[in-house]
Design a protein around this ligand. Sequence first.
Ligand code: C2E
Ligand code: MG
Ligand code: MG
Ligand code: MG
Length: 284
Amino acid sequence: AKLAGKNRYHLFDAEHDRHLRARNDTLDRLQQALDQQEFVLHYQPKVNLRSGKVVGLEALIRWQHPERGLLAPGVFLPDIEGHALSVALGEWVLTTALAQAQAWATLGLSLAVSVNISAQHLQQPDFVDRLKQCLAEHPEMPHGTLELEVLETTALDEIDAVAAVIRECAAMGVRFALDDFGTGYSSLTYLKRLPAQVLKIDQSFVRDMLDDPEDRAIVEGVLGLARAFGREAVAEGAETAAHCRLLLRVGCDLAQGYGIARPMPADAVLNWVEGWHPDLGWLG
Ligand code: C2E
Ligand code: MG
Ligand code: MG
Ligand code: MG
């Protein structure tokens, strides 16, 4: 029995080794992708459905893989979670989005740009200092136009530290949004303790609100909370004109979704903004 136990241990050990090696290979490949500039940002417009104005753009990372094509973040971000690479990649995203925003501003397109920030990146002790430095390096980026999106699940035990970061950023004109709001375990605690200016209503609720009264109730509930707490609400996942119409009816003017625009490469944005006009049916 002793021998069998020992063998089992060895088997497990080998399996574990193989697993670790595979993981290291994946991380090496992702580091290489960063070094070789295979990552790109696409941008999804955020609009005011009532006024018809384009109010901002959310930067969303993709991996332009030489063999596998354009990969969505869900395919590779989970592999770097918890690794130093996630901070390096986060800094690349921030710098790239700021450079892009500055380039647009120079062309007269002065829109807010939103950047998704991972928990690990946000928890870096020098996060605020690096951000300040990054903003200083992009002086043409209009003040007050950067927004950082964090998941509600970010820093569950670090809520006071995150609140402090949000306050320091607010003093620098950087706004915060709670992304996928409503899907975490403690949305209400977050809302009360994190002074983020924006709530992004998770797309799952928005997508299904047309035929699911409970999802619609959640959307209306979050809108009510946003009003009561003096926060801005943005709906994610507005997939059709019917979604946009209902959002307006329940008092949600700001939205993002495939029904308005899909995320697009940076060089397609200017044309899209110039050609966009709201569907008047949304208001009717
Ligand atoms: P998110 O920040 O909640 O972004 C919204 C996601 O929903 C995006 O997926 C977007 O393409 C997709 N989407 C937008 N409108 C619609 C719609 O009408 N219907 C549906 N079904 N989907 C819609 P994407 O680009 O695959 O990103 C997924 C998640 O990956 C993001 O969710 C965000 O949490 C994360 N992510 C993306 N880029 C970055 C990044 O640069 N840094 C970090 N840390 N996370 C990122
Ligand atoms: Mg987001
Ligand atoms: Mg979201
Ligand atoms: Mg999400």
